[in-house]
Ligand binder design. Structure first.
Ligand SMILES: [Fe+2]
Length: 319
């Protein structure tokens, strides 16, 4: 894409043969480099951004550097944004600065492509878990509507306008770390999870009564444009069918286990003005409460994009 540096993303040798089971040397080199520089706490992924609508080149470089290391960045903006409209505009501008220009066409999105995640008491969002205060299990976004590796939800921004008084924490795990754990345990797990029928979401009637067609696809797939790894997953037990062979079943159990105990799972609670930018990494959410008497509950804005995070060419333009 003109104006963007592909070299700003991804990290060294993170595409192509690294993820080919036939090239163990390339994989080991990449794996060792990744684990050797991997952040040990979410604080190492936090970037202060002065103005979301106009991040400085240094702030953008810090965001991209965090994403290169861990496919995610946490940010904190102290800028006071007046109303909802101003916040949404600033957030969309921020997303565009890191290469996210094609936002998902989601049924709950406003015209600007941004979805407000808050407890819904009525309306079209009723019945969907994101709009309740209940916990949400591990998943990547868009797993239920896979349309092939060329049109996946590749990135996501979650921006907190108001935090919950109790709970509402997010667990986050870089999907490349999940890949590394599984491949190190048994490379056949990777082959099984790359099968095009590995994970099937059966046809289902949605809470809004629309019928959704069966949606099969792999768990791990390579982005045809960049060679980078993408992941499609949900830990839910209902309305999901895993391929019945023993290797897939064992791979799913191994994945469930690592999502319970991996030391590189970060747990964060986003406060007002803070957010997460990521290349659609694995995440979950704990349930939450708003203290009695306070009128307004937790509100997060979410952007999903078909684009990967990448850096705009920051070199000064000739006058
Ligand atoms: Fe999500």
């Amino acid at each position: 894409m003109a104006g963007y540096l592909n070299t700003a993303r991804p990290g060294p040798d993170a595409g192509g043969s690294v993820f080919s089971l036939g090239d163990d040397q390339a994989y080991r080199r990449w794996r060792d480099a990744k684990l050797g520089t991997y952040p040990r706490s979410p604080d190492q992924l936090m970037v202060d951004v002065s103005a979301l609508s106009a991040p400085t080149p240094a702030e953008l470089q810090a965001v991209l550097a965090a994403c290169r290391r861990a496919n995610m960045c946490l940010y904190r903006s102290r800028q006071h944004l007046g109303d909802a409209g101003e916040t949404r505009r600033a957030l969309a501008d921020f997303a565009r600065h890191i290469g996210l220009t094609h936002f998902e066409d989601h049924r709950s999105a406003e015209a600007d492509g941004i979805v407000a995640l808050e407890v819904a008491a009525e309306g079209g969002r009723l019945g969907y878990i994101p709009y309740t205060n209940r916990p949400i299990g591990w998943h990547t976004d868009g797993y239920y509507s896979y349309e092939g590796p060329e049109r996946m939800i590749r990135s996501m921004v979650l921006h907190c306008v108001r935090g919950a008084s109790t709970g509402g924490e997010n667990g986050i795990l870089d999907h490349e770390i999940a890949y590394i754990r599984l491949r190190d345990e048994n490379p056949e797990f990777i082959a099984a999870l790359m099968h095009p029928q590995a994970m099937i979401i059966p046809a289902n009637e949605e809470p809004d009564r629309r019928l959704r067609a069966e949606n099969p696809g792999p768990v791990f797939a390579l982005d045809p444009e960049t060679g980078r790894l993408t992941m499609r997953y949900t830990a839910r037990k209902r309305n999901i069918r895993w391929r019945a062979d023993a290797t897939t079943q064992a791979a799913v159990r191994a994945l469930e286990r690592l999502l319970r105990e991996d030391p590189l799972i970060f747990r964060v609670k986003l406060d007002a003005g803070e957010g997460l930018i990521c290349d659609n990494v694995l995440h979950d959410r704990t349930g939450f409460e708003t203290s009695p008497g306070s009128e307004r509950g937790r509100l997060l804005y979410r952007i999903r994009s078909y684009d990967r995070i990448r850096g705009r060419d920051l070199a000064p333009q000739p006058a």
